[in-house]
Ligand binder design. Structure first.
Ligand SMILES: *[C@@H]1O[C@H](CO)[C@@H](O)[C@H](O)[C@H]1NC(C)=O
Ligand SMILES: *[C@@H]1O[C@H](CO)[C@@H](O)[C@H](O)[C@H]1NC(C)=O
Ligand SMILES: *[C@@H]1O[C@H](CO)[C@@H](O)[C@H](O)[C@H]1NC(C)=O
Ligand SMILES: *[C@@H]1O[C@H](CO)[C@@H](O)[C@H](O)[C@H]1NC(C)=O
Ligand SMILES: *[C@@H]1O[C@H](CO)[C@@H](O)[C@H](O)[C@H]1NC(C)=O
Ligand SMILES: *[C@@H]1O[C@H](CO)[C@@H](O)[C@H](O)[C@H]1NC(C)=O
Length: 456
């Protein structure tokens, strides 16, 4: 814990946040009122609920208070993008995914259809940093009160302008949970509590929409949105430059796994990947399994990301991903991984081992009916217990097919990245992960309300 070191930086972040946010909100609002008033914003108006700072900014002051989690003070910089990887970098940051609540808050201040009048809004955004607030239950002193996560927010919403909530019984409210929904789904009946808070199990929050990195198998409130990568370009030119680099990259490795785990003897997919990869030099000499695609010098590479060494150091994995054809995306503690999006960004074709890893999650961002056009699916049971070799499956895919998949993947890059706040107009015209999340939320809330009005 280094509170002395972190405080000045934090104050700076706060100052930036306040000054920029009020200016942009005002600008966005003016724009909303004049240009966009009816046609373009019809059905898309969002009201940002004013919350006391104890629900968002105050929570950041405790950024070094959870030593068993992490000191997350450094990740707060640049409205949650983190520090730039280098002083001269324009697009690359040391982004920690758990900061999406800040990043989303900053981005929504630029949303063109904001309204100060909640009664005109199609959706109400709650700028509550729910994942950051959950740390005191997950890792802090309130570990035994995890059923209370969110109740003070609910009490506030019932006391302060209660008509905003009661108009549609909260069905029009949404927020961001920058963690898998699993972390918020502990049964209220578990005593003593197991892992997680009960935020999504509380009746009080049954009606809201929660944007998470991983939705539950039978989601009710939650819908999954992409993990942020480290790439947040401010202009269309920088995005295009990156895409050109991805397209031209010389991929001399067939298969890459960037991650940890699988080192123990327990049979699981990560263990199988490790042992296949370690054996791969032998396999590549085996003439019966075919030859390497021309120009490829390595069959399989592992970038060891155990103990979180890669998390804030994108160069460690982005360069190998640019040099590889396939990126393995096995489940870990939970089925989804940030690495899926890092890999797409690098044009490295994802290999999934479970449908829960992406296909049943990111319907707003990745076309659910086109997975075979940009990814490979190898059921993990086939590999772990039936001896199917990942390398054999991937080597059998013809080069022309690989090129087609990569092109499709590259097309999707703008949709899965979060561009930098305050970016150029040209870039704003492309829909990014934030835009698609808001679009999906508005559609979802719209149909909820329709149903609600139909039964009233
Ligand atoms: C910060 O942590 C301290 C100690 O756990 C706690 O008393 C305080 O309420 C926390 N502040 C916020 C804003 O959560
Ligand atoms: C980056 O810039 C800051 C302030 O301009 C400076 O203090 C720091 O030393 C620079 N870092 C590097 C790696 O050049
Ligand atoms: C939580 O409850 C467990 C079991 O009752 C107890 O051992 C532990 O000390 C409690 N933790 C805190 C922080 O109160
Ligand atoms: C959730 O919505 C239902 C109707 O759809 C309503 O009966 C219930 O009171 C709402 N819950 C809350 C906490 O507002
Ligand atoms: C790796 O090689 C060993 C020894 O040749 C063999 O027993 C094992 O089945 C191989 N594993 C995989 C996954 O190829
Ligand atoms: C595979 O071939 C390379 C060079 O052709 C050789 O250096 C390497 O030792 C071989 N590996 C095995 C396991 O035979």
């Amino acid at each position: 814990m280094t509170p002395c070191k972190s405080i000045p930086r934090l104050t700076f972040t706060f100052f930036l946040f306040f000054s920029l946010s009020s200016a942009t909100a005002a600008a966005a609002h003016l724009q909303s009122e004049s240009e966009n008033s009816n046609s373009e914003c019809k059905g898309r108006w969002i009201h940002i609920r004013k919350l006391p700072s104890r629900f968002n900014l105050d929570l950041l002051t405790n950024c070094s208070a959870y030593p068993i989690y992490d000191d997350f003070c450094p990740y707060l910089a640049n409205h949650g993008l983190g520090h730039k990887t280098h002083n001269r970098s324009h697009s690359w940051y040391r982004t920690d995914p758990s900061m999406l609540e800040l990043l989303f808050h900053r981005r929504i201040l630029e949303y063109p259809c904001l309204t100060p009048d909640p009664s005109l809004a199609n959706a109400i955004f709650l700028p509550y940093y729910a994942g950051i607030d959950s740390l005191r239950y997950l890792y802090g002193p309130e570990v035994n009160s995890s059923a209370e996560h969110g109740l003070s927010l609910y009490r506030f919403l019932q006391q302060d302008n209660p008509q905003i909530w009661s108009r549609y019984s909260g069905h029009d409210h949404f927020l961001v949970l920058a963690r898998p929904a699993w972390d918020f789904s502990q049964r209220l009946s578990n005593d003593p509590p197991l892992w997680g808070t009960s935020f999504l199990e509380l009746r009080e929050f049954y009606n809201i929409t929660a944007l998470t990195y991983e939705s539950r198998a039978w989601p009710w409130q939650d819908h999954a949105i992409p993990y942020p990568t480290s790439f947040h370009p401010p202009t269309l030119a920088l995005l295009r430059l990156w895409i050109t680099r991805v397209r031209r990259a010389r991929r001399n490795t067939l298969i890459l796994f960037a991650g940890g785990g699988g080192v123990s003897a327990a049979p699981n997919i990560r263990h199988s990947i490790r042992s296949e990869c370690d054996n791969s030099s032998a396999i590549s000499n085996d003439t019966t399994t075919g030859t390497l695609i021309s120009g490829q010098s390595k069959v399989c590479e592992i970038v060891d990301c155990s103990s979180g060494v890669c998390e804030h150091d994108p160069i460690r994995f982005m360069r190998p991903m640019l040099q590889s054809t396939f990126c393995l995306q096995p489940p870990g503690d939970t089925p989804t991984r940030r690495s899926t999006f890092d890999g797409i960004l690098a044009g490295c074709i994802p290999v999934f081992f479970e449908e829960l890893s992406a296909k049943s999650q990111y319907g707003w961002h990745l076309p659910e009916d086109q997975y075979e056009q940009f990814s490979v699916f190898i059921p993990k049971e086939e590999v772990v217990s039936k001896g199917l070799r990942i390398i054999h499956v991937l080597k059998a895919i013809p080069a022309v097919e690989i090129r087609r998949m990569r092109e499709k993947l590259i097309e999707m890059i703008p949709r899965i990245m979060y561009r930098r706040h305050g970016s150029s107009l040209g870039l704003k015209a492309e829909k990014d992960a934030f835009d698609l999340a808001v679009e999906g939320t508005l559609t979802r809330i719209g149909s909820r309300i329709e149903e609600l009005l139909a039964v009233r």
